[in-house]
Write a protein that binds this ligand. Structure first.
Ligand code: SF4
Length: 357
């Protein structure tokens, strides 16, 4: 029997019984999957007692993005990231902005165009990308492909970054040891349990904190986002709790992004987040001790820029995803006062240093 190129035996699964049932160990859902059935993400199938990924190399997007779009503001600012995705997701967010690909396993089926891992790395080199980013849909669900691309990228000195909902299992993080450079971990609704259950179909957001601890142990550079959804996911107490956890467990220099919600998919009846709500929550996060709090999806807002925690000057001035001033030295120190920021500078700095702010 000829197997399609995008179908490969999965990594990290085990047999559960003699009837051919298996368990997937890739994400914290740990799906139990009977023969001929799919896991919750809709892209891993039990075929005769063996678990397969159905989306190996089956890409729905290959884009060259500014790394700021991930968002990563402290990891190689000004870098470009070749960004790839497949269909499928292990979350069911009713407001997903990429729902055409993330939820398509439910509505449109599996689709994409096939690319060997070598092709992606070749493309990244051709465009002089600093990083490859696994993004748009949850990269955990195309783990096997991500691993193969990431290994090749590392050999070429290209960084690997993921944009993730934080549900990757400890085993999967362990296997990626040394391959992953940075992770943008996305919270929604402040990590509120009821919000996750009702609007995202996720049983327990507390699991995300375990994932963050595992990334920290593996020395993956972490930035955290939180999507603020008006009325149903904008509670001050939740942001306060989240900011406090980040300060205590990951450190006060961890970048924290409060993202504006825009109506999409099934939540079109909720309006965009008022900027005043984002600003109020940014103050709360700062009061908990976070030194780098950003507001995202509000083009031109002053909290798109990076400020030196010591002297308060603008050290990276941004509008949207673009940098207009860069006032850090090669080690990531403020050129005005010498304070060392939690910034991994881009290897080949593209931006001319400026002393005006
Ligand atoms: S990756 Fe998919 S199949 Fe595996 S545990 Fe997560 S949702 Fe289930």
């Amino acid at each position: 029997m000829k197997i399609a190129r995008n179908v490969k035996e999965a990594l990290l699964w085990k047999k559960v019984n003699d009837e051919g049932t298996v368990q997937c160990r890739l994400c914290r859902r740990y799906c139990i999957i009977k023969p001929s059935k799919y896991g919750a993400c809709g892209v891993r199938k039990n075929v005769g007692g063996v678990l397969y990924t159905m989306v190996y190399g089956l890409l729905t997007a290959v884009n060259l993005d500014p790394i700021e779009k991930k968002p990563l503001t402290h990891f190689m600012p000004g870098a470009s990231a070749l960004s790839i995705s497949t269909v499928g997701c292990n979350f069911f967010c009713q407001f997903c902005q990429n729902w055409e690909i993330s939820q398509s396993r439910l509505e449109e089926g599996l689709y994409g165009s096939y690319h060997e891992p070598e092709e992606i790395v070749r493309l990244a080199k051709y465009y002089e990308a600093d990083a490859i980013s696994y993004t748009y849909n949850e990269p955990t669900i195309f783990y096997e492909y991500m691993m193969d691309v990431a290994r090749l990228a590392k050999r070429e000195g290209i960084a690997n970054t993921i944009v993730t909902n934080g549900y990757m299992s400890d085993e999967a993080i362990q296997e990626m040891d040394g391959l992953l450079d940075a992770a943008t971990v996305d919270f929604k609704g402040g990590g509120n349990k009821d919000f996750y259950r009702k609007y995202m179909g996720v049983p327990n957001p507390d699991e995300i904190f375990s994932t963050l601890q595992a990334y920290k142990e593996k020395k993956v550079f972490i930035e955290i986002t939180n999507l603020v959804v008006p009325k149903i996911g904008d509670f001050e107490e939740d942001v306060k709790k989240l900011a406090k956890w980040i300060v205590e467990n990951l450190g006060p220099e961890t970048p924290f992004h409060l993202l504006r919600f825009h109506p999409d998919y099934k939540l079109t009846w909720i309006p965009a987040t008022p900027v005043s709500t984002l600003e109020k929550l940014a103050n709360i996060a700062r009061n908990e001790g976070l030194k780098h709090v950003y507001i995202g999806n509000v083009w031109g807002h002053p909290l798109e820029s990076t400020y030196c925690p010591k002297c308060g000057r603008v050290v990276i001035k941004r509008t949207g995803f673009y940098i207009y001033e860069y006032n850090l030295d090669e080690q990531g120190r403020c050129i005005y006062c010498g304070y060392k920021l939690n910034v991994v500078p881009r290897r080949k700095m593209r931006w001319a240093q400026s002393s005006s702010s």
